[in-house]
Design a protein around this ligand. Sequence first.
Ligand SMILES: [Zn+2]
Length: 421
Amino acid sequence: MSTGKKTSLELFKLRKTLNTLASKEGRATELISLYVPHGKQISDALSMLRDEYGTASNIKSTTTRKNVQEAIVKVQQRLKLFKEPPENGLVIFCGAIPQNGAGSERMETYVIVPLEPIKIYLYRCDSRFHTEHLQELLREKETYGILLIDSSEATIATLQGKRMEIVREFTSGVPGKTRAGGQSARRYERLRDQRLQEYFTRVGQHANEIFLPIETLKGLILAGPGPTKYDFEKGEYLNYMLKNKILDTIDTAYVEEQGVKEVVDRAPEIMRKVRYIEEKQIMQQFLYEIGHDTGMITYGEAEVRRALEAGAVKTLLLSEGVDLLRVTVKCTACSYQEQHTIKSQMLTSFEQSLVGKACPKCQAPSLVIAETQDVIDDLAQIAEYANTDVEIISSETEEGQMLKNAFGGIAAMLRFKMQGS
Ligand SMILES: [Zn+2]
């Protein structure tokens, strides 16, 4: 289901899952990736898988044959749970993944409903999962406007994902800076200014007409060689809403298609910067509340958890760098249960520390790990019940570093003051 706005949390989770999947390797060509777009019949995909199952019977290696066929059956089972592919389509990854060296393979299955509709219908059996089509989709959701201008030419283009389109090109009709002989210098200058004004007005009108109706317009990039772009920006040529969306003004060597390509090459860097600006603003608000001792913030895992459970959190701030697990320990002899937050890499030694340890309630040495969950997922889940916004903050800005290092990566802005905090 497309809900329109993609939260930083949804994106973070999907990116994390895809990165994990992309890093997995099979022991042979036996990992299956299946993309089924909306509009494709589930029955077609199932019959294609039946054929693949048949073809797989020719595989020489017994282990590989068994793994491939087993994976195909798993995919079929998952697929049968759907009457038709969801609105955004369906992606299934399945295969035997070595857990700890050769011979330790375990069948893993992942069903992903993309955040945006997929168009591709694809079956692959490879030594890796083909996540790249989903990765691409992550980059493709917003449109950026590009306006290149110098005193002789202007170009208006849009960029959506990797798709660049030149919408309109202009020539200025503005005469060069050096006048022809015989004209008075002042008169020439006035004429040139007037032409430049007309040209700016014309470009501005077209830019407004083209960019304003684009609902997904995330921002505008102003570019071109020389100072003309700044003159254009300063004037009243662009609608104020577009002016507010200017992300960056950059120097290029060209104005035409070549210039657009220069901007496109730098677009990923500009887009990252946009998110960094958002993150900086969020963090600066947080730091303001601290600096002014307003009592409207809290930080640290335990404090934030308490505030979340009380429904007091307006915005939950989580650093991408948080690498903590929420572990539930249970006694198998009685009903005793406790929870701990530990660093991810400490899981094994934590598990070992439970061996032979007496249960605080019944004294039996029967404590085991019942459940582990990423702390980010755990807190985000509580946030969902409390209707709290979740912002995942990168460590790429100074403020983001501060969240990670000075506040333990977990902080909150509050709806109301907490008692005793
Ligand atoms: Zn017990």
